[in-house]
Design a binder for this molecule. Structure first.
Ligand SMILES: *[C@@H]1O[C@H](CO)[C@@H](O)[C@H](O)[C@H]1NC(C)=O
Ligand SMILES: *[C@@H]1O[C@H](CO)[C@@H](O)[C@H](O)[C@H]1NC(C)=O
Ligand SMILES: *[C@@H]1O[C@H](CO)[C@@H](O)[C@H](O)[C@H]1NC(C)=O
Ligand SMILES: *[C@@H]1O[C@H](CO)[C@@H](O)[C@H](O)[C@H]1NC(C)=O
Ligand SMILES: *[C@@H]1O[C@H](CO)[C@@H](O)[C@H](O)[C@H]1NC(C)=O
Ligand SMILES: *[C@@H]1O[C@H](CO)[C@@H](O)[C@H](O)[C@H]1NC(C)=O
Length: 494
C-alpha cells in the first residue's frame, strides 16, 4: 500500500522538484540596499577570486556601487553588462607621470577608461586620482603633483567626450584636516597640505565632483586606549559632544562635520562629500573582532537608511564600505588588522551578520558561488618525538611568518590563545597554503607534516587556500608555453 502510494506520488514530486529548480535565476530576491552604499574591492591577496565570481556575488547582495584601486582590465571588464556603478583609481606611483605631461593622461584615459566605454557596457562614474596621497607617512612626496595630475586627467576625459559623465576626484585620508580642540567647529585643513587642498577643493566645486574622504572610527580606538568606546559606534553615548548648536553621538558625525567646517573656512561650504572608505576589521587587534564589526556595520547602515546624515550635512550620503574581502598580501605596517578588513573572508564567505538594507536584521550576506578550493589538507607541527630537532623551530617560524600570514597570532587576535605547538602549526599551515600546498612547503627541517583532519581550534581558523584566478591564468599560460615549446622542438627536428 505504502509502496503504491509512493509510486503514484513520486513522478508528481519529481515534476514539482523540476519546476522549482527551473525557476530562472533572477536577482529580484536580492535585498534593497541602502541607497548610496557601495563597497571597496581591493585585490592585494595571494589568491584573488576571479572577477566574474565577485561581480555575481555583488549582484546577489544588491550592491550597486564599487570602488577599485586601479584599472585592471579583467576586473573592469567583469562589470560590463552589469548596472553596477564603478569608481576606478590611479595608484600614487603613476601621479608623477600624469602630472608631468597631459599626453600621458590622454594615453591613460584611452587605455584604461575609453576602452571599456566603447562597448557602452561598463558604468564608470568616477576616477580617483591617487589614493590617500597626502598621508603624513609619504613625507609630502605627492602633495605637489596630485592636483596637476587631476587637471590632466580631467582634460583628457573632456577631450574624449566623457568630461561630464565621469567625475575626477582624489581619495583623501581624514588626517588632511584636524581640530585643535577636537570640536568640529575648530576644524581646519593641515597647514602642510593647505595650499594643495585649496586648489583641489576649488577644482571639485567647479566640476561638481565630490570631496572623497576615508573615515575610520576603528582607528580612533586603536590609536587611543582612552577613547570612549561607544563613541566609535552608533548606538548612543552617555555624554554626547556639544558644539555650537549641534550634538554629536558618534565620532563619524563629529569627524565629517570637522571636514564641513574646514571646507567652509576654505570658502567652499557646499562641496559634495562622499565617504571613500569606512569599515571595521575583524582580526589582528583586540578591538578588531567579528562582533565589533557587526555592531559597527549594522549601526552605520541603519543610520544611512534614516537619511539623517550629520548635524551639518543632513540627507542622503554616498559611502563605500571598506572592504569587500580580506587581503592577505597587504602591508601590515599600519597594524596586523590591515589584512582583515573584509566583510567576506579571502574565499568569499561572509564573516558576520550584516543587513545591507539597513533594517538591522541578523542575516548573513550571500557568499561567493563557484569558488574552487585546494585539497582538504593542512600542514602542522609533528607530534612530539625525540628525533625532532626543536632548535630548528624559531628559524622555521620566522620563515613561515615572513612569507605566510601570521597576523591572527598576535595579542588580542583570533589565534592568540593557541599553545606553542598550535601557534607553530598555524604558521606552518599559512605558508603551506600560500605555497599552493606544495609538499616541499610542509617540511621545515622535518618538523612539519601534512594532515587531513581540520586543525581549526575554536576561533582559530586554519584556512585552506582557494585556487586563485592568477594561478589558473598562469597554468593556462604555462600550457600555452609548453605547447609552443613542443611545436618549436617539432619544427627544429623536422
Ligand atoms: C593604463 O594606461 C597606461 C598608459 O597607457 C598604461 O601604461 C597602464 O598599464 C594602464 N594601466 C592599467 C592598470 O591597465
Ligand atoms: C619618510 O621619512 C622617514 C623619516 O625620514 C623615512 O623613514 C621614511 O622612509 C620616509 N617615507 C617615504 C615614503 O619616503
Ligand atoms: C611643493 O611646492 C612648494 C611650493 O612651490 C615647495 O616649497 C615644496 O618644497 C614642494 N614640495 C615638494 C615635496 O616638492
Ligand atoms: C640540532 O640542530 C642544530 C643546528 O643545526 C645542531 O647544532 C644540533 O647538533 C642538532 N641536535 C641534534 C640532537 O641533532
Ligand atoms: C584569549 O584569552 C584571554 C584571557 O583569558 C581572553 O580574554 C580572550 O577572550 C581569549 N581570546 C580568544 C580569541 O579566545
Ligand atoms: C585550542 O584553544 C584553546 C583555547 O582557546 C587552548 O587552550 C588550546 O591550547 C588550543 N589548542 C592548541 C593545540 O593550540
Amino acid at each position: 500500500m505504502a509502496l503504491a502510494k509512493f509510486l503514484l506520488t513520486w513522478p508528481f514530486s519529481l515534476i514539482l522538484l523540476f519546476m522549482i529548480h527551473c525557476q530562472p535565476h533572477h536577482v529580484e530576491g536580492a535585498p534593497e540596499t541602502v541607497p548610496g552604499i557601495g563597497v571597496n574591492w581591493g585585490v592585494l591577496a595571494t589568491h584573488p577570486i576571479s572577477p566574474p565570481i565577485i561581480v555575481n556575488m555583488l549582484k546577489d547582495n544588491g550592491i550597486k556601487k564599487v570602488k577599485i584601486f586601479d584599472t585592471d582590465s579583467w576586473i573592469v571588464g567583469a562589470f560590463s553588462g552589469s548596472d553596477i556603478e564603478l569608481m576606478v583609481g590611479i595608484p600614487n606611483d603613476q601621479l608623477r607621470k600624469l602630472a608631468r605631461d597631459v599626453n600621458n593622461a590622454h594615453d591613460w584615459v584611452k587605455n584604461n577608461v575609453t576602452k571599456h566605454l566603447y562597448k557602452g557596457a561598463v558604468n564608470i562614474r568616477y576616477v580617483s586620482v591617487g589614493n590617500e596621497p597626502f598621508l603624513k607617512s609619504y613625507n609630502g612626496s605627492f602633495v605637489n603633483i596630485t592636483f596637476p595630475a587631476m587637471q590632466n586627467v580631467q582634460n583628457a576625459l573632456d577631450k574624449a567626450g566623457f568630461g561630464d559623465r565621469i567625475k575626477v576626484t582624489t581619495a583623501l585620508n581624514a588626517d588632511v584636516y584636524q581640530s585643535a580642540t577636537d570640536k568640529p567647529s575648530d576644524g581646519e585643513f593641515r597647514p602642510d597640505v593647505y595650499d594643495a587642498v585649496k586648489q583641489i577643493v576649488e577644482f571639485l566645486d567647479e566640476h561638481n565632483s565630490p570631496f572623497l574622504v576615508n573615515i575610520y572610527p576603528f582607528l580612533s580606538l586603536y590609536q587611543n586606549d582612552g577613547f570612549p568606546q561607544d563613541f566609535a559606534f552608533f548606538d548612543g553615548v552617555e555624554n554626547p559632544v556639544f558644539d555650537k548648536n549641534a550634538e554629536y553621538h558618534n565620532v563619524f558625525d563629529a569627524n565629517l562635520d570637522t571636514l564641513v567646517w574646514a571646507l567652509t573656512k576654505i570658502g567652499h561650504p557646499n562641496v559634495d562629500i562622499v565617504i571613500g572608505e569606512i569599515g571595521w576589521p575583524t582580526d589582528g587587534n583586540k578591538h578588531g573582532t567579528p562582533s565589533n564589526a557587526k555592531r559597527f556595520y549594522q549601526g552605520f547602515l541603519k543610520k544611512m537608511a534614516t537619511r539623517n546624515g550629520t548635524p551639518l550635512r543632513p540627507g542622503l550620503m554616498d559611502a563605500y564600505l571598506f572592504s569587500l574581502l580580506d587581503e592577505d598580501d597587504k602591508s601590515i605596517a599600519p597594524g596586523n588588522f590591515e589584512r582583515h578588513w573584509g566583510i567576506f573572508r579571502y574565499d568569499g564567505k561572509p564573516k558576520f551578520e550584516v543587513d545591507f538594507s539597513g533594517n538591522g536584521e541578523n542575516k548573513m550576506p550571500v557568499e561567493a558561488k563557484g569558488v574552487v578550493y585546494q585539497e582538504n589538507k593542512w600542514c602542522v607541527l609533528k607530534p612530539f618525538d625525540k628525533s625532532l630537532n626543536m632548535s630548528y623551530l624559531p628559524g622555521s617560524l620566522s620563515y613561515a611568518c615572513a612569507l605566510g600570514d601570521c597576523t591572527s597570532l598576535g595579542a588580542g587576535s583570533s589565534c592568540a590563545n593557541q599553545s606553542q605547538d598550535g601557534s607553530a602549526s598555524y604558521a606552518f599551515n599559512s605558508y603551506f597554503q600560500i605555497s599552493d600546498q606544495s609538499v616541499e612547503a610542509c617540511d621545515f627541517k622535518g618538523l612539519a607534516t601534512i594532515v587531513t583532519d581540520d586543525p581549526t581550534n575554536g576561533t582559530c581558523f586554519f584556512p585552506i587556500q582557494i585556487v586563485s584566478s592568477g594561478n589558473m591564468l598562469r597554468a593556462l599560460l604555462l600550457k600555452l608555453g609548453l605547447f609552443t615549446g613542443f611545436s618549436l622542438i617539432f619544427l627544429i627536428f623536422m
